[in-house]
Ligand binder design. Structure first.
Ligand SMILES: [Zn+2]
Length: 84
């Protein structure tokens, strides 16, 4: 807020932007996905999370991440500059 953002002269066609796959955090290594039902739905399918604690739905590209692995995605620790 308070920072001016130019909106004119820069138009983005939202329909051209593909939203990133939804990430769903789970506390089980077995998940089920039906795409949320409705028009975007698909047959109920079960997945088992892999060794990395993630699984991806082959129908709707949703990504399931186990909570134990969630920190790798939602809270990346910043790397101090100037250090290796
Ligand atoms: Zn799905």
């Amino acid at each position: 807020m308070g920072k001016a953002v130019p909106t004119s002269g820069f138009q983005v066609l939202m329909s051209d932007i593909i939203p990133p796959p939804e990430v769903i955090y789970v506390d089980s290594h077995k998940v089920a996905c039906n795409g949320g039902g409705g028009a975007l739905g698909h047959p109920l399918t079960y997945y088992e999370l892999g060794e990395d604690g993630t699984a991806e739905c082959g129908y709707c590209d949703r990504k399931f991440v186990h909570q134990d692995h969630a920190h790798e995605y939602v809270d990346p620790s910043p790397r101090p500059e100037g250090e290796h």
